[in-house]
Design a protein around this ligand. Sequence first.
Ligand SMILES: [Mn+2]
Length: 321
Amino acid sequence: MLKSENTQDYNIKKEVWDIIKKWETIIIHRHVRPDPDAIGSQCGLKEIIKATFPEKTVYATGTSVDHLNYLDTMDYVERDLYDEALVIVTDTANIERIDGANYKMAKQWIKIDHHPLDDPYGEVEWVNTRASSCSEMIADLWLTFPDEINMTKKAARLLYGGIVGDTNRFLYDGASPYTMKIAGELMTFDFSHTELNNKMNEIEPQTSKLMGYTLDNFTLSEKGVLHIVLTQELLKTLGIEDGDTHPIVPFLGKIAGVKVWAVFVEQSEGGYRVRLRSKEPVINTIASKHNGGGHPLASGARARDKKEIRAILEELAEKVS
Ligand SMILES: [Mn+2]
């Protein structure tokens, strides 16, 4: 079996695993509006803890998201359980992005994440920005202690799905040779990666209509800044929710000449949710100026109004000039 190549983080991984060993009840949180890596890392970690220590009670909690039910579903956790529980938060850079407020009541908590460390939280933090995904980190934990941790078919499928999600099928910069080795190791478990990849690549018929609209209506500047604004009126006409808009984001990067791109989605409560992507210039600095953050080449932000949209577009234009 492949052993972890990530020896730099050995001490913190040991600390995290030793803490997990000590607790009878463990509750795992992740970020709001989860993606496959959030669910994959959260539920993959739950599975390997359960498979290794059947006597422990382990929960994965947060808002249920129907379109990710093919990965796993959430547990309901009584408030009282937090009094004697360890909380682990996966894939969540900022404290405001944690889904579920009860984490605050836990006796001890751990952060496991691969986003840049701009909001330290949790008494124990294991942050590895070299990892493609938080799911890769959980698989790396297993490969660091392969004799101690049991991997299962279900966990392997979840972690593989998380890696595929965050790397856009190994396309992004974050996919390292070690990512590929880990994915290969997970593929030796008996789940259908083809079925999972097909499921993850699927878009809903309504989303395809939004894609059609977006491809007809985007603006691409000479310098390579692409943007599109999706209004509430449009979303209502097409019968889709904000949550259905994400598949168009990587798709826009396929258009020749695009260097950076931004998708602005008007929110029902006002303002815009902003998704920023880049092929090369670092754009998370722009995201952090506009109530957001994230990875150097993939970030999220907020715009209060059209004026702030223009400001973001000007800042993106500066990056490519
Ligand atoms: Mn992630």
